[in-house]
Design a protein. Structure first.
Lengths: 344, 347
């Protein structure tokens, strides 16, 4: 499905071989960090994690279209691949999974990535507000907000799509339809079978794409950004993918889907698909793949070391970061806490 | 007894040098000035633009400041508040309106989980300077969900501040103050007082030199302190006049800020009077009166002559107009509360 006017796509340049190799390197780095994070959890390095395995093409491909000098991205709790692609400090990002600080330790304003959002569909409206701010300021930034098939059931998604369309706000709604909202499959979640189909009701162009094809994702997202940036309003992209792992490290998919179903639903691994394509097109060879994997491993080790070295935040931050202007009651509670705890 | 707030309580505000205007006019003027003073302020909500709001608080502001600064949104409160978060992240100071108190419920997720927490979640890098105006409380014979008192709910949420003006002067100054703060403030406007007039001293928020975040003694007295906010302040001042005829000298403390509460002012007043009654429209159980009573007990336990009394709404859904005078604390019920405290004997 593609209702985005072709003319508004800005006929983007095709990806160069160097860019294709960069995309692959990013996908390998994300895959390796993702699978490692599950191991970290099993080893007790972090208390929990929400894996994105299988969604590397959707996340790296969409994140690749972001211009971090002017755009702003609103993630959920499962956009590690987007964060890595945007160049976020990954120790600061993964600190949320270390239970160091809910939103992560990265600076959202500098990195152009909003704090990690644990409320399903929580930040979709924020993207609309931020984008409308661009219109008011006469700037050309675009907001991209991520949500899933499960979040599409939330009322805030409807309100966001409607507000954005009414105000012609420059927003790209990027839906990763990964087939599962914890244990509930898309067919029991999304009436009509497609989130993208709903865009028509808002008079909004939409694309439903193969979310496991990284090149298709980059191209679709670039077209959507060009459309939104040119003042023609929001676009919805539904990237069809598959949550190959559990919802989180606390989840047990065996209770709601069999391994056979998982294999059938998941289809080809997006990373392997891309690798075969690069090989077939002569863009990369085995030496490149080996180098990319080695780099991914080195990177993961560096991040793990950083995470392990990360201490707890000082308890005073509990009190100091509630308000810009603190209150006497908070000051009194902080003073009591200092007196009654050992953390002098 | 007849006890309609709309009919019976006028001109009880203490005189101040300034212009006489209604609370609606005072709020409108404050917003007009805020828009002129800070180009990043925005006013939006349901019917705020062309209509000027159902209570006309934003009357004329769109015509004067333009459709970019003052605009109508689709009819969805979560959308209005969620959008406010994004605008604040982009450097704006949103002043959204939720048309009636009860309409804040559909936006609770955005208010509680997002607005109240974004500064914290982002470690102070994404402040939420959002001034949420909520026409609040009862007293106007309105339909269901148009007479709610949500202060305890909001005050319980870490990250929010809550304020309610009691007269036009307070409305003007508290709104101007709230709309320049870097933190989210829930601004609860007592809708039954919108059309009551009073003097507004534009130049002097508090001639007595009190803090903008403090409570305010609206009437001095020696025998008992009535603690109230919003529309109940005028009613307590009326009660104080009646009690004075019987030789009872009542102090009326307008709490103004419901979070943070000015605990020092509560203690100072009750240490002097040694007796207190707290009055609010909200239901009794877990209402803000309980918090006030505890703060008074904490600050004045040794001097208190009687337990702090609460005169409040009941633990019932806000009733239809025919019964709202039975629900909202009226003069008789407040006088009974005062009597219970004055006649209290240690057991």
């Amino acid at each position: 499905m593609d209702t985005l006017p072709a003319a508004s796509g800005g006929a983007a340049e095709p990806l160069t071989p160097a860019q294709l190799r960069e995309l692959y390197s990013l996908m390998v780095a994300v895959r390796h960090l993702d699978t490692s994070a599950i191991a970290w959890q099993r080893q007790g390095i972090i208390p929990g994690y929400a894996p994105e395995i299988g969604q590397e093409a959707a996340q790296v491909g969409s994140g690749y279209a972001v211009d971090t000098t002017r755009d702003f991205v609103f993630p959920t709790y499962r956009e590690m691949g987007v964060a890595r692609t945007m160049g976020i400090d990954m120790v600061a990002y993964m600190s949320t999974h270390k239970a160091t600080w809910h939103g992560g330790l990265y600076d959202p304003l500098e990195s152009r990535l909003a704090p990690i959002q644990a409320v399903v569909a929580g930040s979709v409206l924020h993207a609309v507000g931020w984008a409308h701010g661009q219109t008011l300021d006469g700037k050309d930034g675009v907001a991209m907000t991520y949500f899933g098939d499960g979040a599409s059931s939330q009322g805030d998604v409807h309100e966001a799509l409607n507000f954005a369309a009414v105000m012609k706000a420059p927003v790209v709604f990027f839906v990763q339809n990964n087939g599962w909202a914890i244990s509930v499959p898309t067919e029991r979640q999304v009436a009509g079978g497609s989130v993208a189909a709903r865009a028509a009701g808002y008079g909004m162009p939409a694309l439903q794409i193969d979310g496991d094809d990284v090149v298709a994702v980059v191209e679709a997202t670039r077209r959507a950004f060009a459309h939104a940036r040119s003042g023609r309003g929001p676009v919805l992209i539904e990237a069809m993918t598959y949550r190959r792992g559990p919802h989180s490290t606390s989840d047990d998919p065996g209770r709601y889907r069999s391994l056979d179903e998982e294999r059938d639903g998941a289809g080809l691994d997006p990373l392997q698909r891309f690798r075969q394509r690069l090989l077939a097109d002569g863009v990369a060879d085995e030496a490149f793949f080996a180098g990319a994997l080695a780099a991914a491993k080195a990177e993961e080790e560096q991040i793990r070391t950083g995470i392990q070295a990360l201490g707890s935040r000082p308890g005073t931050e509990m009190f100091d970061l509630v308000f810009q202007e603190t209150t006497p009651a908070l000051q009194a509670q902080a003073a009591n806490w200092r007196e009654e705890s050992e953390h002098v | 007894m007849s006890n309609s707030i709309l009919e019976s309580e006028t001109s009880v505000e203490s005189p101040a040098a300034g212009t006489v205007m209604s609370m609606q006019q005072a709020l409108n003027r404050a917003l007009d000035e805020v828009l002129a003073e800070n180009p990043k302020t925005l006013i939006f909500g349901e019917d705020c633009g062309r209509l000027g709001g159902v209570f006309r608080i934003t009357d004329g502001l769109q015509a004067k400041h333009g459709e970019q600064r003052v605009f109508d949104t689709p009819l969805a409160e979560s959308g209005i508040l969620g959008m406010s978060v994004g605008l604040a992240m982009a450097g704006f100071h949103p002043i959204p309106e939720v048309q009636f108190d009860g309409f804040a419920y559909p936006a609770i997720n955005q208010i509680v989980c997002q607005i109240a927490r974004m500064n914290y979640r982002s470690r102070g890098t994404l402040p939420m300077p959002i001034t949420l105006r909520v026409p609040s409380f009862g007293g106007i014979r309105a339909p269901e969900h148009h007479g709610e008192s949500l202060e305890a709910l909001f005050a319980h949420v870490p990250g929010l501040k809550v304020v309610s003006p009691s007269n036009p002067h307070e409305a003007y100054h508290l709104l101007k103050y709230a709309a320049t703060r870097p933190d989210p403030v829930i601004f609860m406007e007592p809708k039954s007082r919108y059309w009551q007039k009073g003097e507004v001293d534009v130049a002097r928020p508090d001639p007595a030199g009190g803090s903008p975040t403090g409570a305010k003694v609206m009437r001095e007295g020696r025998h008992l302190t009535l603690v109230a906010w919003g529309a109940m302040v005028a009613r307590c001042l009326q009660v104080a006049e009646l009690a004075a005829e019987d030789g009872i000298d009542i102090e009326v403390l307008d709490l103004r800020w419901l979070k943070p509460i000015d605990a020092a002012a509560l203690a100072a007043s009750v240490r002097k009077t040694r007796r207190a009654v707290v009055v609010h429209e909200a239901p009794l159980t877990s209402g803000l009166g309980a918090e006030v009573a505890q703060l008074i007990t904490q600050g004045c336990f040794d001097t208190l002559r009687a337990p702090v009394e609460r005169v409040t709404g009941f633990d019932v859904p806000y009733p239809s107009g025919d019964l709202e005078d039975e629900y909202i604390p009226n003069i008789d019920r407040i006088l009974f509360g005062i009597q219970r405290v004055l006649e209290y004997k240690r057991g």
